[in-house]
Design a protein around this ligand. Structure first.
Ligand code: MLT
Length: 201
């Protein structure tokens, strides 16, 4: 998968794995990672599905309606890629913290839903429930930050609560931060995620 890897200065710090929103690139969230943990290594991955030229991590049938077969396939592909990247770059596969926005938060959520120990923690900005009817792996000890909008037109407040319950039901320690700027990723949400990260790691 197309990606950027930046070696950090502290090998014990979590490796930040970045997932952009629809139509974004692997460059988009680099400033967030630098603000969050400047000493961390960073692996920023470009979604390898194209929707009319816009990069995404899995196909969708319409806005908010996912192609679940593709979601499952792409989640496995990504999990395998993380295994390979850990070998290639020599980082600890068990020490990954994801930062995702929108479609990128959805694929990070899907990693948590499908694979135990795929992520040590996650910051999900405006995620949806990636897939329903799945038995989640044990997520005990996995902290998850969800940044949500009370008036997010893409992910309703009810869906955010459903996601919180699903992850929490699997044992994850979920913190939800509410904003009122629709689907936007605001500075205050980024600051709340940073405060949460500093408490957790
Ligand atoms: C998705 O397709 O993952 C969500 O609708 C959010 C987005 O527009 O990327």
């Amino acid at each position: 998968m197309k990606h950027i890897f930046k070696q950090g200065t502290n090998p014990a710090a979590p490796v930040l794995v970045l997932f952009h929103g629809t139509g974004g690139t692997e460059h988009d969230l680099l400033p967030l990672a630098a603000g969050l943990s400047p000493e961390s290594s960073v692996l920023s991955i470009r979604g390898n599905v194209s929707e009319n030229g816009m990069a995404r991590y899995f196909r969708r049938i319409a806005e908010g309606v996912f192609d679940l077969e593709d979601l499952v396939f792409r989640t496995k592909e990504l999990n395998d890629f993380l295994d390979q990247a850990a070998e290639e770059y020599g980082f600890d596969r068990r020490n990954l913290v994801a930062i995702g926005y929108s479609n990128g938060a959805n694929i990070a959520g899907s990693l948590l839903f499908h694979y135990k120990d795929s992520l040590r923690g996650a910051i999900l900005h405006h995620p949806m429930v990636p897939i329903r009817g799945l038995e989640l792996p044990d997520l005990s000890g996995v902290p998850v930050f969800i940044g949500a909008g009370v008036n997010d037109p893409i992910c309703s407040a009810d869906e955010t609560k459903e996601l919180e319950e699903l992850l929490g039901g699997a044992g994850a320690a979920v913190a939800v931060h509410w904003e009122r700027f629709g689907h936007q990723l605001t500075r205050s949400e980024v600051a709340a995620a940073a405060a949460w990260y500093n408490e957790q790691f």
